[in-house]
Design a protein around this ligand. Sequence first.
Ligand code: FE2
Ligand code: FE2
Length: 336
Amino acid sequence: MYTQAMDTMGKDATQAPVPRSAEEARLQERFDARIDAGDFIEAKDWMPEHYRKTLVRQISQHAHSEIVGMLPEGNWVTRAPTLKRKAILLAKIQDEGGHGLYLYSAAETLGTSRDAMLDALHSGRAKYSSIFNYPTLTWADVGVIGWLVDGAAIMNQVPLCRCSYAPYARAMVRICREESFHQRQGYDALLVMMQKGTDAQRAMVQDAVNRWWWPSLMMFGPPDDQSPNSALSMRWGIKRISNDELRQKFVDATVPQAEVLGVQLPDPDLKWNEARQHFDFGAIDWDEFWQVIGGNGPCNRERLSARVKAWEEGAWVREAALAHASKQEKQERVAA
Ligand SMILES: [Fe+2]
Ligand SMILES: [Fe+2]
């Protein structure tokens, strides 16, 4: 699912360090020239340590967001209203698990291990998108997550398909295709309720939109002037479009969809600005954003403990897989 300007953490990352030797300076120069030429960097290519660290942080936080993002929706698998909706929801959640796996693999190419990344998540050192710390109270939340949260994820992620680090860019191409299915299934579920449902169902959709609209806008990360790592990420071609620009694109794309759906977006300041050719929108409550990032959102503790429990209860599966692999390896060695 997501990213949320994964550059909100690591305030040490605002400036690239000065090269330590003439050789490093030469390599750095070549690297910069490749970036300027729009080249992709592969896993075995030389890269500045700072670029590597920035990517490990961003890709691992992105991977964590995919797997933690499975949790709020998993809550509704057993309560989906029809067999069709249940099958769609299961497929979507499975996709998110797959996204996590591609991304952990992409991060591993940078020399970090999956165990180390998961340990950082489970011990609370690593972050994931704050959007998944909100609860899913009704079935309409599942539709709204698809429409708004996956919709915001697509806006964030499409530019990552051109990220300068090739393994990340390749993973994003496939992920983006699947995200667009996620967005559509959510919108479709809401459309059915709005057009064919009861008044109570329509009210349920409106309530879910009211709760998810502002957190969805926060998914693009803090305003550009408070986003310390953005400039360097832009310089390195990791990030292509700024947080505020992406947020505006999302608002502009979503308002007409809300009209078709027949829901109100909960912002009295939302209106078309003829001069700017964009929608104006109200102030975002950044205090809430920092509270949730800081671990004090409505579901932070619940999400983390669900992850840790799944990891611990899955230990026997990992052990069995390793035992099976080593048995097979032995058999192959005997046969050879
Ligand atoms: Fe995803
Ligand atoms: Fe998704």
